[in-house]
Design a protein around this ligand. Structure first.
Ligand code: NAD
Length: 477
């Protein structure tokens, strides 16, 4: 059993004030694999105080000094990529190959992309050549609290920490209580890279404890939050009293519009993307909305692909999907699958219960529902498991209307060979990201949502800007 009770505060691993312990459960076998501490108000206060006292010196470092430290971090991170993959795989159940190639790799990719963005970012520039002595300065907002989820732990942590550090903010990271181990490895990396004491601090805790304390703390200047829309609403309310900035990256219920002229691989691509990471991705294309002419063939193909996806433990090599993160999620997903059946959706793959031979561990069968109506609960709720809903449509207008009929607006997908239609539909979709024909956005493109998927944009200059206060200075030259 891994024992990691300390927190990283002011450049040191320190004993916590709290004595409340939390076991991390290995989702592959339901056994405890680690014990960490859940912080209390005194721990939160100590971390915030360290960040506050480090801020004046850190904000006055040059961008080049901050970039040099991030360059060191990149080397340390890449040298310890295997440690990171092992920690992620153990704590949240990602199969080790996925943990290496996607989860840990995402962190490295974000560090590299922010280095590029930071070198190009204008921290100060002249406002208007006709108004001599008038400048715009992009200054750090101050102490940032970073609250992250468990599903892509290093993806989220690096998107926030590197952006905040480059901007000149100091910070307190509170990772999910489900996935504290990867963030503790990351804190070791920040230490080894040589960030000054107090710039980066880590306190473990849950939402009602450290999460709420950071949200309400008068010395925290902003919250950068990634997680559920439910918690995002609570954080917005909690932060209102101190009027701190709140940047939110929340849930999704992605539409994948498959038109009759979609390429041959479109359906398979959509199913695999939906099931990737056991369906635990905010940007998963969970509603496949298929044009009637190709609907029956798409349903058949989707069932065939889902039935071919293997499920297994996280420490097993191979390209199977792993368990879901915990019992709460497992039970919720089982319940939603049962609701789909009860509401009359047609089950064509998977269903309730564990896959054959996997009796212990939070394993869910890759599940596909056909003939789903967009008002059914499986089409409306973020299930966060390997469950796909297929919905038929006739006209382009109808397809767009179904896609947009959701409280979420994170990522939508569309599959068509018609470029004019692709441009038209991409404009009409109310989502922060639209991906056409499986072509990726590229490193450093903005990631974020509309509607109840949040208001932040992470990655590239947009990610840095989340942590910036704009100051207008005039009258000297
Ligand atoms: P969650 O909201 O339960 O928890 C996320 C984090 O917030 C955790 O660290 C948790 O301890 C903390 N938290 C919970 N309640 C809080 C409160 N009241 N005050 C302060 N902090 C609180 O979400 P989760 O189950 O860890 O993650 C899954 C969710 O995250 C899904 O909805 C998913 O779509 C979303 N997500 C969004 C993005 C994105 O970029 N939009 C990326 C990944 C995950």
């Amino acid at each position: 059993m891994i024992e990691k009770r300390q927190f990283y505060i002011n450049g040191n691993w320190v004993d916590p004030a709290s004595s409340t312990e939390c076991q991390v459960i290995n989702p592959s076998n339901e056994e405890p694999c680690a014990v960490v501490t859940l912080g209390n108000q005194a721990d939160t206060d100590a971390a915030v105080a360290a960040a506050k006292s480090a801020f004046p010196a850190w904000m006055n470092t040059s961008p080049a000094e901050r970039i040099a430290l991030v360059e060191k971090l990149q080397k340390v991170y890449d040298a310890r990529a295997e440690d990171m993959a092992q920690a992620i795989s153990l704590e949240m159940g990602a199969p080790i190959e996925l943990a290496r190639q996607q989860q840990a790799a995402a962190g490295s990719g974000h560090i590299a992309a922010f280095l590029k963005a930071a070198k190009e970012y204008e921290f100060e520039h002249q406002h208007d050549p006709n108004t001599p002595g008038s400048y715009i300065r992009n200054e750090p907002i101050g102490v940032a609290a970073l609250i992250t989820p468990w599903n892509w732990p290093m993806n989220q942590v690096t998107l926030k920490v590197i952006a905040a550090a480059v901007a000149g903010c100091t910070m307190v990271l509170k990772p999910s209580e489900e996935s504290p181990l990867s963030s503790m490895v990351f804190a070791e990396m920040m230490h080894e890279a040589g960030f000054p004491p107090g710039v980066f601090n880590l306190v473990n805790g849950d939402g009602t404890g450290v999460g709420t304390q950071l949200t309400e703390h008068p010395d925290v200047d902003m919250i950068s939050f990634t997680g559920s829309s439910r918690a995002g609403k609570l954080i917005s309310k909690g932060a209102a009293e101190t009027l701190k900035r709140v940047s939110l990256e929340l849930g999704g219920k992605g539409a994948n519009l498959v038109f009759a002229d979609a390429d041959d691989a479109a359906v398979e691509r959509g199913v695999r993307h939906c099931m990737n990471n056991s369906g635990q991705s905010c940007n998963a294309p969970t509603r496949m909305i298929v044009q009637r002419e190709v609907y029956d063939a798409a349903v058949e193909k989707a069932a065939e692909i889902a039935n071919s996806i293997k499920v297994g433990p996280a420490d097993q090599e191979g390209d199977h999907i792993g368990p879901v993160v915990n019992k709460v999620q497992f039970d919720k997903i089982q319940d939603l699958i049962q609701q789909g059946i009860d509401e009359g959706a047609r089950l064509v793959a998977g269903g309730v219960g564990r896959p054959d031979g996997l009796n212990r561990g939070f394993y869910v069968k890759p599940t596909v529902f056909a003939d789903v109506n967009n008002n059914m609960v499986v089409a409306r709720e973020e299930i966060f498991g390997p469950v796909l809903s297929i919905i038929p449509f006739d006209t382009e207008e109808e397809g767009i209307a179904i896609a947009n009929d959701t409280p979420y607006g994170l990522t939508d997908y569309l599959q068509t060979q018609d470029k004019g239609r692709a441009a038209r539909v991409a404009r009409a979709l109310r989502a922060g990201m639209v991906e056409v024909n499986g072509r990726s956005r590229g490193e450093g493109a903005p990631f974020g949502g509309m509607k109840q998927s949040g208001n932040g944009r992470e990655g590239g200059p947009w990610g840095i800007e989340d942590f910036i206060e704009v100051k207008s200075v005039s009258g000297y030259d």
